[in-house]
Ligand binder design. Structure first.
Ligand code: MN
Length: 238
């Protein structure tokens, strides 16, 4: 029995280039870790005590992803549109309730990513105890470089992470300052989800987040992973 035709053409999967390959990496889900660098948690007003707290997560739609180099419109509904540069783990094998020791086997590779945020809407939701979607999950809210297949061994534990706006350094830290390591994050997240190929995990941003305006240019760099570029266009509908 053949299925009835679709009412309209389903969207193409959103995908990213893979360094050294002519294949592309199709995105399934985009997970984001909330607070994973102490200095950023403090600048957000919520210090983290790893001994008593657990990581937390939110998601962005796969359709919100855009590739590095793009120009995106300044998004609607905000007056405080901010950047967060993050290391991104690209999952390449299925895993559920994986141990920290086995977590490396789930990793296909890495890329650099921007968790673009309507900070005013995020804080309004946070302060009212409401979901973060308006602040975090909107069109073009996730920006990614090409995927770099992991080395062997493949857990990234250190490396410089930095971001410039119009050439001025705004974020400058090191992956070694993550509160929860990549194996700890994968073990924890896989308690709640069946991780699968195509899942991307943004591992949190260091301190220095801030706003951008139409005409601004963002450059990000993660040592050993990649270099990212985003241009902010005129306000959507302007
Ligand atoms: Mn973030």
């Amino acid at each position: 029995m053949t299925r009835p035709p679709y009412l309209f053409a389903p969207p193409e999967p959103v995908s990213l280039p893979i360094r050294g390959s002519n294949m592309r990496y199709p995105i399934r889900r985009i997970f984001c870790v909330g607070r994973n660098y102490h200095a950023h948690a403090i600048e957000m007003g919520n210090p983290v005590d790893k001994a008593t707290m657990e990581p937390f997560y939110f998601l962005k739609d796969a359709s919100s992803a855009v590739e590095s180099g793009a120009t995106v419109a300044y998004p609607p509904g905000t007056r405080n549109y901010q950047f967060e540069l993050e290391l991104v783990v690209a999952i390449g094998a299925a895993g559920f309730r994986v141990s920290e020791a086995d977590a490396e086997g789930l990793i296909y590779g890495y890329c650099a990513g921007l968790d673009m945020t309507r900070r005013d809407l995020q804080f309004k939701a946070r302060d009212q105890g409401r979901p973060w979607d308006l602040g975090k999950n909107f069109e073009h809210a996730a920006v990614f470089t090409e995927i770099v297949p992991r080395a062997n061994p493949g857990v990234l534990a250190a490396g410089a992470i930095s971001l410039q706006v119009n050439g001025e350094t705004r974020q400058c830290s090191d992956l070694s300052k993550m509160i929860w390591s990549i194996p700890e994050l994968l073990a924890d997240l896989s308690k709640f989800y069946h991780l699968a190929p195509g899942d991307l995990i943004l591992t949190g941003t260091p301190e220095g987040v801030g706003p951008v305006l139409p005409g601004d240019r963002i450059d990000g760099h993660i040592e050993g992973v990649g270099t990212l570029e985003l241009h902010i266009g005129a306000a959507d509908g302007a």
